[in-house]
Design a protein around this ligand. Structure first.
Ligand code: DAT
Ligand code: MG
Length: 137
């Protein structure tokens, strides 16, 4: 069933010049990019996007990292793309993400205060619609 998801290439991915490589993987898989832009996220956007994590110890470092440079935001469509993109991204911590995944192949940095894991993908239909509204209005 076709659905859509929000994909973010986080500031580490943009800064390392991996935007093209990550979008190439999305397109090679057969998904369709239906909206795409580079944005400098605001604190308000990030508070909404990461509302579920507010109060956790990694919340402020995460927000500060997301404020550290531009992010590329994309709406991606395809059959079961929500789960499919998260599989392509790999597990949250890039140091242990599987080879073949974006985080496993390209990611490396993970610490108490720095979580550079290159990409975000929505985790449900509801969060996808919510997050697309945050990033694309
Ligand atoms: P994901 O990005 O895999 O969906 P998530 O939604 O649980 O992971 O968390 C959002 C981001 O927050 C994640 O990409 C990096 C950071 N994060 C999550 N869990 C963390 C932890 N235990 N320590 C530090 N940062 C964490
Ligand atoms: Mg998440």
């Amino acid at each position: 069933m076709s659905e859509r998801t929000l994909v973010l290439i986080k500031p580490d991915g943009v800064a390392r010049g991996l935007t093209g490589e990550i979008l190439r993987r999305v397109e090679a898989k057969g998904y369709t990019i239906t909206a795409l832009k580079q944005v400098s996220a605001s604190e308000e956007q990030l508070a909404a996007h990461y509302a579920e994590h507010q109060g956790k110890p990694f919340y402020q470092p995460l927000v500060d990292f997301m404020l550290s440079g531009p992010t590329v935001a994309a709406v991606v469509e395809g059959d079961r793309v929500i789960e499919g993109f998260r599989t392509m991204a790999g597990t949250t911590e890039p140091t242990v993400a599987a080879p073949g995944t974006i985080r496993g192949d390209l990611g490396r940095d993970w610490g108490e205060k720095v979580q550079k894991n290159l990409v975000h993908g929505s985790d449900s239909v509801e969060s996808a619609e919510y997050e697309i509204s945050i990033w694309f209005g």
